[in-house]
Design a binder for this molecule. Structure first.
Ligand SMILES: [Zn+2]
Length: 1015
């Protein structure tokens, strides 16, 4: 029901009385103008009437002269010259007005909920709702309005005429709702510009929307249909050559002298699939024109929300470029509003600035004559307060977090620009008027993202929405465990189906989400963070809930940042003022509920638009709650975009967005810290520290799942050493890549005025110095890369910097001992399952876990060595030479290569315990097999390849040395030197196979050639 309180009405009238134009008041309070006129009439019977005001200010349809729709320069067709003759005769005028008012009132009733909802948060003075307030009486409304039509107010006449003229120039009437979900186009709408924007909503899994590129369109009337054309502005370089961009033709259902009713559904049998933002300023007519077909569709709802028409179409969507037999089920929600934007305007990035800040941009447009492509950045018009809502289904525990996340951005603006309130029950995203943060109850899918509907010409943001899945609501330990399980499964599935992303399964809209993140990486990150949290023995449910609320705070703020136009800034963590260790210490203290004051001035990064690892996110959320501070880049970026301040450029702030990932070695999603080598090392260290815990967590998830149907026999639980090894190896490669001169560092490059050939040496030198500095902190190459590997190399033992937690050596035996100890520790001797019940492992189960764990750790040792060796095979190490132009004697490259040789030797020569029996000729022979399997040993030989390395002969000696040792070993085992003749065919099958394998390895390792005889 439409109800306005007395106070609210009085406020509206008051504003008009104090000289504010009705139009502005209507916009501000988000109520219809006609209602305000009605209220004015009731409050002050002598006030100018609705009619008077209408004619003066806004009436577009009531002009007293023949109205001719001017044909566009390119549209020189007589049939569109429809003229509307409105008589001066007051009776006729009344009739016309009656019709219009009836339509308006009827429409305002259609959108009751929306208007009533809008009114409350916006009406500052209307604090108490008055349930007895009379609902709008449409009949009375229109009668009163008509009766007072002739009242005049000479004082305002002049100003009003001027305004009317202005209005006339830009004015396009709103499209109207017709019966049977059809659309009524007022005759004076033809030829005028409308903004057509659309959201695409998949009808499976989570029906969340994706914004499509808006178009500025124009309707043209023909004898047999209504055409809709896209404005050519920004799409052609000249108006001197006629151009028309037909979007579609709508059949006419009926028409009279006032309006044409069209069948929207029959006309709109395709959807333009270009997404709402461009990744570059490039102009592409092809992207603009790409469509998907709608084999079947139905418009099931047409409503009006003030001047905006919202059309909802159910559709099958088929994209012939991909699978012609696949029909995606979507709702397409169209928004049509009179285009009130400027012909030009909007802010652009300049090259100078985009190194330090980027906003989302419209798709590229062409400038007249020059043909230069430009994009405008997405910005809201801040003349009005920016109201955000959290959806009504937000769980109670997270409402405050939602609110904080939204309002955070006021700190960046430096004033109160954004307001936050609960969305009315039936309003869900996407909504034509509301900026909504929508909670999506879906525990097993992790995503949060946002999109905006923007004016394609100026970049003005119309409305935006963000989606949060309930996966973020980790409210208890049990829930954390449940989540870890589902996240791990998700990560596995995502890895199996390479590149598959469940929520944009339909290939026609592949890259439409703003906040995209690789599902498997995200799921792993969160699962890792949660596991880390549960590994703290004294963590309570309350602490877990608190952490998850702070996490939600951060994620909401991140998504709202997108709605405000900000793009990702993955360079955020380069501005951290806490190292890994400090962040860990913070997190522990946080979970224990200790005093955290000393962290208040610290930074885990300088941008909310970063993808932060779990602990970092919690830190940011906590800081939002505990202080009034704003992250520096957030503030500078918002003030650059909305207030033209230049701090972000002047202070050369670190910035890098999605397209920069991969370009810079220190610009990664979910990385942490300023120094990337230390960062990667710390990741390894933390991961190794938690290995035994994660084994136990795996068994807990199997024994006590959320749903008993998912319980798994502990005997069938699998642990995957290969997956664990590849996680470690991936961080390991992140260290190695800094040995490559072509790896770029954003942090270091930021200091250079330009990036080019002329200063390449200087830049490489800076990288080399930085690498050496970091290796020194880690206690040298040996500690950084070899000390924790499961081998027995002789290494230098230098101290590790205090700020770094040294990585523990991977030792299957010791890990198994730790596992056993942990199983009997207070944290795990009795534990809460995913179903929140208490459990204990039986003795047999503990035995099984220890056994399985031991096996897993042993296999992990081997798997890791194999993967590390394969990393060396590809690890370019040219940085030392590129930086200094000479080969170092004892530098970090020389040391690394020395150790690669040592490791290869150890792996190839190491003997195992397995015996192989066979025969050589007729003699029975037993040999001892080597420790590592053939593939690993081959990998060790290949790691010594001279295709890679500091210079061609770097591994020559190591290879020859290993060759000699291996040869001696083979000879010794088979007793070859004492044989008269030896041929492999004399070996029986098992021995022969063994021998061939050794030969294969020897072939990769050339023997040292005897020096040529002197002449
Ligand atoms: Zn994002």
């Amino acid at each position: 029901m439409l109800r306005y309180t007395k106070e609210f009405k009085a406020q509206a009238v008051d504003l008009v009385r104090h000289g504010k134009p009705v139009q502005e008041v209507a916009q501000e309070l988000e109520v219809g103008r006609n209602l305000i006129y009605k209220w004015i009439q009731k409050e002050t019977p002598n006030a100018p009437t609705r009619q008077r005001r209408s004619r003066d200010r806004t009436a577009r349809s009531y002009t007293f002269r023949p109205l001719t729709i001017q044909p566009r320069p390119f549209l020189d067709l007589p049939s569109v010259q429809c003229s509307l003759l409105l008589a001066r005769n007051s009776d006729m005028f009344k009739t016309r007005l009656n019709t219009i008012l009836t339509a308006l009132v009827a429409l305002s009733l259609c959108t009751n909920n929306i208007q009533a909802a809008d009114a409350k948060p916006d009406a500052k003075k209307a604090k108490k709702a008055d349930p007895k307030a009379a609902p709008a009486k449409k009949a009375e409304d229109k009668k009163t309005a008509t009766k007072k039509a002739e009242a005049k107010d000479p004082a305002t006449k002049k100003a009003a005429t001027k305004k009317r003229k202005n209005r006339k120039k830009k004015g396009a009437p709103a499209l109207l709702v017709a019966a049977n979900h059809q659309v009524s186009i007022p005759k004076d709408a033809f030829g005028k510009e409308y903004l057509m924007s659309a959201s695409l909503i998949p009808q499976s899994e989570a029906p969340t929307s994706t914004g499509l590129a808006g178009k500025i369109v124009r309707f043209e009337l023909f004898h047999d249909g209504v055409d809709i054309y896209e404005s050519t502005q920004g799409l052609v370089v000249t108006d001197e050559l006629p151009a028309k961009r037909l979007i579609t033709s709508f059949p006419i259902v009926k028409q009279d002298d006032k309006a044409v009713i069209i069948d929207f559904n029959k006309g709109m049998r395709r959807v333009f699939s270009e997404i709402w933002y461009g990744m570059s300023t490039r102009f592409s007519a092809r992207d603009r024109d790409s469509v998907a077909e709608l084999p079947q569709s139905r418009v099931f709802s047409v409503t009006r929300d003030r001047d905006q028409l919202v059309i909802r179409q159910s559709a099958q969507v088929r994209d012939r470029r991909f699978n012609p037999n696949e029909e995606g089920r979507y709702e397409i929600r169209y928004f049509f509003a009179p285009y009130t934007g400027k012909k030009s305007g909007g802010k652009e990035h300049t090259k100078r600035e985009s190194r330090y800040v980027r906003f989302f941009e419209t798709q590229g447009q062409l400038e007249k004559t020059s043909g230069r492509a430009v994009s405008k950045i997405a910005l809201f018009d801040l003349k009005k307060p920016l109201q955000f809502y959290w959806s009504a289904n937000t769980p109670k525990d997270y409402v405050q977090a939602m609110k904080d996340g939204i309002l955070y951005w006021n700190r960046a603006f430096g004033k109160e620009i954004i307001k936050a309130g609960p969305a009315p029950k039936k309003i869900t995203a996407p909504d034509s008027r509301h900026n909504i943060v929508q909670w999506v109850p879906w525990d097993s899918a992790g995503f949060a993202y946002a999109d905006i509907l923007v004016d394609p010409r100026t970049g003005e943001s119309r409305h935006g929405q963000a989606y949060m899945t309930s996966v973020f609501a980790v409210s208890s330990k049990a829930r954390a465990r449940a989540l870890i399980r589902s996240l791990r499964e998700q990560a596995k599935k995502a890895e199996e189906k390479e590149g598959d992303d469940k929520e944009h399964r339909h290939s026609m809209f592949p890259s439409s989400k703003v906040c995209r993140v690789d599902h498997s990486i995200w799921a792993k990150e969160l699962a890792g963070g949660l596991e880390d949290m549960l590994a703290n023995e004294d963590v309570t449910d309350a602490a877990v809930l608190r952490a998850s609320q702070d996490y939600v705070r951060e994620v909401v703020a991140h998504e709202v940042g997108h709605v405000l136009g900000l793009r990702h800034n993955f360079a955020g963590s380069l501005a951290a003022t806490m190292n890994h260790k400090e962040l860990d210490e913070f997190f522990k203290a946080y979970l224990k509920g200790e005093n955290l004051d000393k962290y208040k001035d610290k930074l885990s990064g300088h941008s909310m638009m970063e993808y932060t690892a779990f602990k970092g996110s919690v830190f940011v959320g906590w800081k939002m709650r505990a202080t009034d501070s704003v992250l520096p880049h957030d503030k500078a970026a918002i003030q650059w975009g909305y207030q033209d301040k230049q701090d972000v450029k002047e202070q050369k702030m670190f910035f890098g967005t999605d397209d920069d990932v991969g370009k810079y070695g220190d610009l990664n999603r979910f990385d942490y810290g300023v120094e990337p080598v230390l960062g990667a090392y710390s990741e390894i260290s933390a991961y190794l520290g938690n290995l035994p815990n994660s084994v136990i967590e795996t068994f807990i998830r199997a024994k006590a799942p959320v749903d008993p149907r998912d319980a798994v026999d502990l005997k069938t639980v699998n642990l995957s050493p290969g997956a664990t090894a590849s996680t470690i190896a991936s961080d390991y490669r992140d260290i190695l890549k800094w040995y490559r001169a072509s790896t770029r560092s954003l942090r270091l490059e930021n200091k250079f005025d330009f990036i080019g050939d002329l200063n390449r040496r200087e830049r490489v030198k800076a990288h080399w110095d930085s690498l050496n500095g970091q290796l020194t902190k880690l206690g040298g190459v040996d500690n950084a890369l070899f000390a924790y590997l499961p081998t027995t190399l002789k290494l230098e033992n230098k101290p590790v910097d205090k700020s770094i937690v040294a990585a523990q050596k991977i030792d299957a035996k010791k890990l198994a001992e730790r596992l056993e100890k942990l199983l009997n520790s207070p944290a795990y001797s009795e534990f809460v399952g995913l179903d929140e019940k208490k459990y204990k492992f039986t003795d047999d189960e503990k035995k099984l876990i220890v056994e399985r764990g031991k096996n897993y750790f042993e296999e992990l040792e081997k798997a890791l060595i194999r993967q590390i060796l394969s990393a060396f095979e590809r690890a370019t190490r040219d940085i030392g030479f590129e930086a200094t132009r000479e080969l170092g004697e004892k530098d970090a490259v020389a040391q690394l290569e020395k150790r690669i040789g040592d490791l290869a030797r150890a792996v190839i020569i190491a003997k195992g315990t397995k015996k192989i029996e066979g025969r050589l000729s007729k003699t029975a022979v037993t040999i001892t097999d080597f420790k590592y399997d053939h593939a690993t040993r081959l990998g060790a030989a290949r790691a010594l390849t001279d295709r890679i390395g500091s210079y061609r002969s770097w591994s020559k000696d190591a290879k020859a040395d290993i060759h000699a040792k291996l040869k001696a070993e083979i000879d010794g085992q088979l007793n070859i030197p004492n044989l008269k003749t030896f041929h492999e065919s004399n070996l029986s099958r098992p021995l022969r196979q063994w021998f061939l394998k050794q030969s294969e390895i020897l072939a990769l390792l050339p023997a040292r050639k005897a020096p040529p005889p002197r002449k």
